[in-house]
Design a protein around this ligand. Structure first.
Ligand SMILES: [Zn+2]
Length: 330
């Protein structure tokens, strides 16, 4: 029997593992899919559900039997996707328990997919434990979470854990080129910033904000090098937005100076993140020595750490920029 999982990027090891389990007819009664948002957890869950309910005996999921076609159109009577409203409370668990007792009327198996299990209340988890202990033979439960540590160990131990890992940069890059029509240059930059997360990468590709931010960032680094005090204080606005955004922007700034450092040390372009700004990187790296670059990276790290404490936001950013400028002007 051949198993064909489509559209899941860079998770070959996991897919192979699932395929082996299914081909040995060892369908587990409960799976727990763990991984960051954007790694394709829901996709894996749906494909797994599709494979479990598929009626083809040669390949699963076959993508062509009536069961698979219903699954593809999200219209399969025996695959239930359940999502809490902000959190998963005991009422929802009771509904699932009722649902699971209803025998599948089409096909042999029934699959329940439960999203965002990290939001399950303790009470809900305790109630759900009973279902996981004695599920009906025809039922498989697929739970999805960002963090299995947020669940009771007794829940986790009753599930087969499927852990999705970050995808390597090259795979993401190739995906962006082949599926999203991105240029080699753009896809290389985005893959480097995506943190191994295909969902993030696709989002970044279409996010005008991300593009604009990076343009702004290059301007800031030029200004810092030029060293006019008033301009530098105006630049602080870039960093005094929402806290989440500030961290992102500081990471962008950090990656810029890391690129300069790497280029200065290795003269190599392979490890550069800001691949589309090579000219500027080469230019700036000629003007800033290694010691200064290390200092700058340290200053940014320090400012980022201070965000965790109650230091005045604006002041923290201004001090950081002034310190960077001072180091650069030595
Ligand atoms: Zn099928």
């Amino acid at each position: 029997m051949e198993l064909t999982f489509r559209g899941i990027i860079g998770q070959k090891k996991i897919i192979d593992h699932i395929k082996r389990a299914l081909s040995e007819e060892e369908i587990s009664h409960a799976y727990l899919i763990e991984g960051a948002v954007g790694l394709g957890r829901r996709r894996v869950a749906k494909q797994l559900a599709m494979a479990i309910t598929c009626m083809n005996n040669i390949e699963k999921p076959c993508h062509s039997c009536s069961s698979c076609l219903k699954a593809v159109s999200q219209n399969h009577p025996e695959i239930k996707i359940i999502e809490g409203d902000g959190s998963i409370k005991i009422d929802l668990i009771r509904e699932i328990q009722k649902e699971i007792q209803l025998k599948p009327y089409e096909g042999k198996r029934k699959v329940i997919i439960l999203y965002d299990c990290e939001t399950m209340t303790l009470q809900a988890q305790n109630a759900f434990l009973k279902t996981l202990e004695e599920p009906p033979l025809y039922a498989t439960i697929i739970m999805i979470t960002v963090n299995s540590g947020s669940l009771l160990p007794t829940i986790v131990s009753r599930c087969q854990l499927i852990k999705l890992n970050p995808v390597n940069e090259r795979t993401i890059q190739e995906y962006l080129v082949s599926h999203e029509g991105a240029s080699m240059e753009t896809s290389k930059v985005i893959a480097a910033y995506s943190g191994g997360n295909i969902g993030n990468a696709v989002k970044m590709l279409y996010n005008q904000d991300f593009k604009q931010k990076r343009e702004e960032l290059v301007k800031i680094t030029k200004e810092l090098l030029r060293g006019s005090l008033t301009n530098v204080l105006e630049l602080a606005d870039f960093f005094t937005l929402e806290k989440r955004e500030v961290i992102e922007n500081l990471d962008l700034l950090m990656s810029w100076y890391r690129d300069l450092l790497i280029y200065r040390e290795t003269q190599h372009l392979d490890f550069i993140r800001n691949y589309d700004k090579i000219e500027e990187i080469v230019l700036q790296s000629k003007n800033i020595n290694t010691y200064k670059l290390q200092e700058v990276v340290y200053i940014i790290e320090d400012a980022k750490n201070k965000l965790k404490s109650n230091v005045n936001f604006q002041l923290n950013m201004e001090v950081m920029l002034l310190n960077i400028q001072e180091v650069l002007s030595w």
